[in-house]
Structure formats: C-alpha cells, structure tokens
Write a protein of this length. Structure first.
Length: 614
C-alpha cells in the first residue's frame, strides 16, 4: 500500500485540503491562505509511511479488525498507525536467540506501550496503576523514559486494549506518545511553588492538549464498547471530530518534540527539541520565550546527509502569543518538511536547508505577526533535582535517582515495592525527570525519615549514596526489546559506571559533575550527542566515543574514537581524566576541558607512550 507509486504529494496535498497541490474544498479551519503555497512538484514520490497515514482514515487503518484476530502480531501498515496510538510492536531479542537455540523458528511478538505525561506530572494512583499493569500484562518492569514518560514492555497483542484502556482510566493517555505528531511536552518538573514554575508547567499541559490529535479513532479503538459507547474517561479533545485542524490527514512528516526550560535550569535539554521554549523571566514573571527550532539528535551513519543538531535561536515571543507561534512552527513543518525521505524529515533539516532567516519569515507569515528579536536570556545552568530540597511552601521534595529509569524488583533492590510503600504511606505527588528519575513531592518534614527508611528497607540506594557519575548517567533501552539496537546500552552502562567510579576515585574526580550517556545505536534516544561523554553503539560490543559536550546541554560533542570495545572505554578515557585533573581551568567540566583541548590534543594524551628509543 505505502509503496504505491501512484501515491504522490499531489494526493497528500488533497488530503490536507491544499488547493495549490490539487485539493478541493479546503477547510478554512485547516489551512490559511499562506499555508496553501504548496511548494513541491506533484510528481514527488512520498515515503511509504505517508501512504499508510493517508489511507488510515485518521489513524484507524485496520487496527480494530486486527485486534479481533487471533494472530499474535499486527500488519506492517498497522504497526505504523499504532505508533501514533503510543505503542510499538517488538520482539524480545534474547528470546529470539533462545528460541533459535531450541530449534524453534520465529519471533515472539509483544508491544511496548508508552504513556504521554506532559511535564512528567502524575499522581500516586497513576503510578500504582502503571506498576500493576506492567506486572499483570507486561514484562514485570516499568521504565521511566528520557522524555518524562513511562513505558511498559512485553504486552501481548491480546492484552493491548486492556492496557491502553486502563491507562486511560487513570487519566493518562498513550495517544501521540510516539508517531508523526507532537509527542510528550517536556517541562522542568521541579515542584517549586513559584509563579514561574507553575506557569511553565501549566503551559506544558496547554501545549499537550492543543497539539493532541483530534481523531476519534483512539477512543473508538481502545475506549468504546462494540456499540461505540465510551467505556472510559476520554480527553475532551478526542472525539470532537476527524478534522485535524493542525495536522491534516497525513499528520507531520516525522516525530515532533517540544520542551520548555528556564535559563538557570535546562534540566529538559531544551536544545535537543524540534521546538524549544526558553522562558524569559523578569521580576519573577515569565514575560515570554526565546523560541528555539530544529533540534534533533538521530543520525543514520550510512546516510551522510543525516546529523545531530542543537536547536537554533529563532526569536522572542510574548507569553500570550506562544501557543500561536508554536502552532505556526508545527504547520510550517507540516507543509514543508520532507515527506519523501524519513531520514531527512525532522524539522532540523528544513531549518538548515532554508536558513534561520527564511524559516523565521515563514513562521511570521503563518502566524500573522512578527517574532520579536531574541532576548539575551540564554541557558547557563541545569539541575537534576536529585536529593532533598525545599519546595518553597514549607514542604519538601525528594529526587530519587533511578538508574536508567528501570523500576524492577530484584533480590537486591525492590524499586517497585519501595515506590508502592511510599505511595501507600505518604501519598506524595510525583514528577518524572528528563534524566529517567522520579521526584516525590509535597512531603512534610516528618515524612523525611519515613521515606528514607522505606528506601533502605527495600535496598534502594538513597540518592545521596549514589556516586556523582552514576547519578548523571543515562542509557536508552536498547537490547533486548529495541529492534534497532546494535549494542547493549541499559544493561551495559551500570558495569561501565562501576569501572568509572573506581577510575574517577583514583584521580580525585569522584565529585565532579559530568554527563555520561549511552545508546545502543546512533538514533540517540538517551541524548548522547550533547553529553560530556557520549557512547553510541556502532557494531556488536563496540561504541563510538564522543567527548566535549556540556552538562548544560548547549554544545554538541565530537567523535573522539570509533568502534571502541566496551571493555576498553575506561582505559581509553583514563589518561584524559589525569590530564583533566592537572590541566583544567577554573570552572571547567570534563566536557569543557575536552572541547578546549580538541580532538588532536586528546588523541595525543590518550595514545600509548612511544616505545623507548635505543
Ligand atoms: C531518529 C531516530 C529514532 C528512532 C528510529 C527511535 C526509535 C526508538 C525505539 C524503537 C524505541 C523503543 C525502545 C524500547 O523501548 O525498547 C525508542 C525509545 C525511546 N526514544 Fe527513540 N528513536 C529515535 C530517536 C530518538 C531521540 C533523538 C530521542 C530523544 C532525544 C528519543 C527518545 C526516546 C525515548 C525517550 C525512548 C524511551 C526509552 C528510553 O528512555 O530510553 N528517540 N526510540
Ligand atoms: S538509541 Fe537506538 S537502541 Fe537505543 S532505544 Fe533508541 S533506537 Fe533503540
């Protein structure tokens, strides 16, 4: 279906209601005059996924029919449609190997179900429900993601509807957690009771609501009985009608990510987003935002045209106009983003292709007024919100560092049980961080020893007992569930951190803050390309080692060495740590130091000493 050569941008233009591309009956709600300047030849061949979206009737496709079938897997078309509903089909690659060893052919399919949680804010009962679901219907663990969401892995197809329905019953949603739409809106989760934090967190909710797909497909498929009566609480946006006033019938060319940050706290890595909003604060009030566009980290090494990019500074918008400007940016990408080659479809390629001035002019035209010149406000710090801190209203929050976001009960550490006990005893508020950790909020002074005792009783390390390097580390899921993984990541990083702890101790650097991020392939889901140390799976057991990013997330790192075997990563870095200790300048992080020295100097430092001359 998707490969049908008859499917061209002309059809897509029609689907969008774009007259210039051959469409009729354009909806005025959907497309304004400036948006009809469809700009590409009608003969262009669109990617297969574009065809699937167009034919899906607003994300229905044949999902409902396939759910009723006995088979353990979805069709290729439904797999694409289902991403927009927040779920990926996967197979456990460990089990694949085991099955093969047993002489059995085939894969054992299951679904990953991702919840979209704007700003990472959820309630204790929502977390408890997700924990129950991962045990009843999933692989028994719950994962906090690097974008403030939750993932349950290992849900078999026959249970998918139960899981999605029950997530919705708690007031969360999986709609648009994945797919070619605006995904989870990230925002600093700190529960400080300041007007600025509250306003930004409210904005995250507003943007999430504004950009949620309107299609009724989600509630029809997951939340209604056979007669079409809703069985579950539904977001009022879902059900208004199938006219997608923002996205149109083919949604966006590729995923789209938004994040909101503060200059003194870039905890959500605002420069890695398609659309970043950096709050401009004057006299404790948000007066507006510096708008950043075109961040995105995914790379395909075999395609030399792909690269990781930090967002570029576009202009300033007053707080009252920020949603309109966000909508204009999304619509520019909708209409002009690359729909032929998904590898070149993220907004970053459009921004770079046009240049920031031309992009700004187009955004101005779409929203009908001009962005103002940038405010000097810029990111200058970040906080991971780990440990005890006062909220500002007499209460406390505790940032609990969860290694790689994995909530599991093992004989040594009972993360799930500890969180259940904390929720049951203290009924805290909860927030997920962009570093795959969790904040337990609204605690009284008297709750502090109770919380610490529960953690100790369950073998969960207190954040204060976690080394700095582990606390600032992050890994993507990779093996065994991610079908794109080339190497281990989540299962390899803890061992590597053990080695790093010993090495950093040796050089007196145990208290230095720098980020170490690992991914199992170059797609970059744990944001390795702006970390002080980025480790990217490149070939079985081997990693590209990137150096020179910053804890504030404002600089891309550079490739230092390629194809380094896992066990040689720490020995490779060791002489650099020694040089950093001896030669660092005031206030430099390890990444700053590497950036200042540059690759050649670092290579010389890391090289084994030349053989002695006679
Ligand atoms: C562009 C290419 C990318 C592709 C094809 C891709 C694909 C995937 C897949 C298949 C998973 C599921 C893994 C699993 O749960 O088993 C995943 C997880 C995830 N991805 Fe990506 N991804 C890409 C880039 C990114 C980037 C650049 C980010 C953010 C900077 C990101 C954020 C995430 C997050 C938050 C998860 C959830 C699990 C985690 O926290 O590790 N992805 N991605
Ligand atoms: S970075 Fe690669 S291996 Fe890791 S979760 Fe993303 S797609 Fe999978």
């Amino acid at each position: 279906m998707g490969g049908d050569p008859a499917y061209t941008r002309e059809n897509a233009g029609r689907a969008l209601g774009c007259e210039a591309a051959g469409g009729k009956g354009r909806s005025s709600r959907c497309v304004s005059a400036v948006e009809t300047e469809c700009r590409v030849s009608a003969e262009e061949k669109l990617s297969a996924v574009e065809g699937i979206k167009a034919a899906s009737n607003f994300l229905r496709g044949t999902v409902a029919a396939e759910l009723a079938e006995d088979s353990d897997q979805f069709s290729a078309e439904s797999i694409q449609v289902l991403k927009h509903h927040g779920t990926y089909q996967q197979d456990n690659r460990d089990d694949r190997a085991a099955a093969r060893a047993d002489g059995k052919a085939g894969k054992q399919f299951s679904m990953m179900v991702r919840s979209r949680i704007p700003g990472g804010q959820l309630t204790a009962s929502q977390l408890l429900a997700e924990l129950d679901l991962c045990e009843r219907f999933g692989g028994g663990t719950l994962r906090i993601t690097s974008r403030q969401g939750l993932q349950i892995h290992g849900v078999v197809k026959a249970r998918l509807r139960d899981v999605i329905a029950q997530i919705n019953a708690t007031g969360l949603s999986t709609l648009a957690a994945c797919g070619d739409v605006n995904r989870n809106v990230m925002c600093c989760p700190a529960p400080y009771q300041t007007p600025v934090h509250l306003e930004l967190q409210q904005l995250a909710q507003t943007l999430a609501h504004h950009f949620a797909p309107r299609t009724r497909a989600y509630r029809e498929i997951w939340l209604c009985d056979a007669a079409g009566t809703p069985q579950r609480r539904v977001d009022e946006n879902q059900g208004a009608g199938d006219d997608e006033p923002i996205y149109g019938r083919t949604y966006l060319p590729r995923k789209f990510k938004m994040g909101i940050a503060l200059p003194h706290d870039n905890c959500i890595d605002v420069y890695t987003h398609d659309l970043g909003l950096l709050a401009v604060i004057e006299q404790d009030r948000v007066i507006g935002f510096n708008v950043l566009v075109g961040g995105g980290l995914g790379v395909t090494p075999s395609n030399k045209k792909t690269y990781p990019a930090l967002a570029k500074r576009l202009g300033f918008v007053a707080a009252r106009d920020v949603v309109a400007v966000a909508e204009a940016v999304v619509k520019v990408q909708r209409d002009h983003g690359n729909r032929e080659d998904r590898k070149l479809a993220r907004l970053k390629y459009l921004v770079d292709h046009w240049g920031i001035e031309a992009f700004r002019a187009r955004v101005d035209a779409y929203c009908g007024h001009r962005l103002q010149p940038l405010h000097p406000a810029e990111v200058h710090a970040m906080c991971d919100h780990i440990g005890w801190e006062a909220q500002g209203d007499g209460r406390w929050y505790y940032g609990l560092n969860v290694e790689n976001g994995r909530l599991a009960d093992t004989p040594q550490r009972q993360w799930k049980s500890a969180l259940r006990a904390i929720c049951g005893t203290l009924a805290p508020g909860l927030r997920l961080t962009a570093h795959q950790s969790i904040l337990l909020t609204n605690l009284q002074e008297r709750d502090r020893p109770v919380l610490e005792e529960i953690l100790r009783r369950h073998g969960v390390p207190l954040s204060e007992e976690t080394s700095t390097v582990r606390r600032w580390s992050m890994a993507c899921v990779a093996w065994p569930t991610c079908g794109l993984a080339i190497t281990e990541s989540e299962r390899a990083l803890p061992g590597l951190i053990d080695q790093l702890e010993a090495e950093l101790d040796r050089w007196g650097l145990a208290r230095d803050v720098f980020t170490v991020r690992m991914t199992g392939c170059p797609n970059g889901c744990a944001r390795p390309y702006n970390a002080d140390i980025g480790l990217v799976g490149k070939a079985r057991g081997r990693y590209s080692v990137y150096l020179g990013g910053s804890p504030q997330g404002t600089r891309l790192n550079f490739l230092f060495q390629d194809l380094v075997p896992l066990e040689q990563i720490v020995p490779l870095l060791s002489p650099l740590f020694a040089a950093f200790r001896d030669q660092r300048q005031e206030g430099e992080s390890f990444g700053d130091f590497c950036h200042r020295c540059g690759r050649d100097a670092l290579c010389a430092l890391a090289a084994p000493p030349p053989p002695p001359t006679a």
